[in-house]
Design a protein around this ligand. Structure first.
Ligand SMILES: NC(=O)c1ccc[n+]([C@@H]2O[C@H](COP(=O)([O-])OP(=O)(O)OC[C@H]3O[C@@H](n4cnc5c(N)ncnc54)[C@H](OP(=O)(O)O)[C@@H]3O)[C@@H](O)[C@H]2O)c1
Length: 182
């Protein structure tokens, strides 16, 4: 796949590395933005409070399949939206998913060492499913669907629980699967 990551830090850069290792072609954009016309999938991995500013600097995103990996720490989604993901969809009018926000980027290099493949929650549009699930598998995760895009606010809120658990465990992975697959 041709992928453009908007935000090339821990998440954007880390996933770009994993996806390149899996054979994808990845373009990395930073805070200066750029054009994503050539991309089949766009990953948004900028600070949660910078989503509107970031999208203003990205051209060619109309209709694209977009994966929003942002989290909101001490900030709220743009006015009128329950979640960053729904704001993103309002700007692109394309297939949209919330994914890669409920895991630790610091563990990307360790995923292949796990005894069982870690899960990664995603919610969003059916039209995004094929790309999102493929890119999850190619990053080393087992994708778990968490409902439609209307669930994005709940998935974004889950980061509070993730941080609380992380205070005890440190960076962790998790697995949600039918019992026979554990
Ligand atoms: N770190 C994690 O484990 C983790 C896990 C799940 C989700 N997340 C979420 O994923 C997002 C990225 O996290 P990260 O840890 O990768 O952050 P990061 O390492 O600080 O990288 C942030 C990226 O966003 C860009 N950026 C900063 N301000 C911007 C702005 N105003 N407009 C556009 N782009 C801007 C930066 O551009 P430059 O490269 O030009 O500086 C950088 O490439 C955040 O929303 C975070 O909450 C993080």
């Amino acid at each position: 796949m041709r992928i453009t990551v908007v935000g090339k830090g821990n998440v954007g850069g880390g996933l770009a590395d994993l996806w390149e290792q899996a054979g994808h072609t990845v373009t990395r954009l930073g805070r200066d933005g750029g054009d994503v016309s050539d991309a089949e999938v766009v990953l948004l991995a900028v600070p949660g409070g910078a989503i509107a500013e970031a999208l203003e600097k990205v051209g060619g995103i109309e209709g694209k399949t977009v994966i929003d990996a942002t989290n909101l720490y001490g900030v709220v989604p743009p006015a009128g939206f329950a979640s960053n993901a729904e704001f993103v969809k309002s700007k692109t009018n394309g297939p949209t998913a919330k994914a890669f926000n409920i895991n630790f980027a610091s563990l990307y290099p360790e995923l292949s060492k796990a005894r069982a493949r870690p899960s990664n929650l995603w919610c969003g549009d059916a039209e995004a499913r094929e790309a999102v699930e493929q890119l999850n598998r190619d990053a080393g995760y087992d994708p778990v669907w968490a409902g439609p895009i209307e669930n994005a606010a709940s998935q974004e809120a889950l980061v509070k629980i993730v941080f609380a658990i992380g205070e005890g465990l440190g960076p962790f992975v998790y697995r949600m699967a039918p019992i026979e697959e554990l």
